[in-house]
Write a protein that binds this ligand. Structure first.
Ligand code: SF4
Length: 76
């Protein structure tokens, strides 16, 4: 990871905690709680497991179909 990506990742981590951001499948209305898969079939490898805010190519890890659910599931 480049120094710039590391800096951006660290800043995103601080802001994620400070603002209690929810953007991952665990908090999304479209996740299948039993499997962790997306009910709409979207690949969600980066939105489960270790929290990553910035992809190696510099793009943010996000999902344009994220919709805050009523429940928050365990985030493996
Ligand atoms: S819509 Fe996006 S955030 Fe929601 S479960 Fe599917 S992949 Fe995850």
């Amino acid at each position: 990871m480049s120094a710039e990506l590391a800096r951006r990742e660290a800043r995103f981590s601080q802001e994620r905690e400070a603002f209690a951001l929810r953007f991952r499948c665990a908090a999304c209305a479209h996740v299948i709680s039993e499997t962790g898969a997306c009910s709409m079939g979207y690949p969600n490898r980066l939105l489960r497991g270790p929290v990553i805010g910035v992809q190696p190519d510099g793009l943010p890890v996000t999902c344009k179909y994220f919709e805050l659910g009523e429940l928050e599931h365990e985030d493996p």
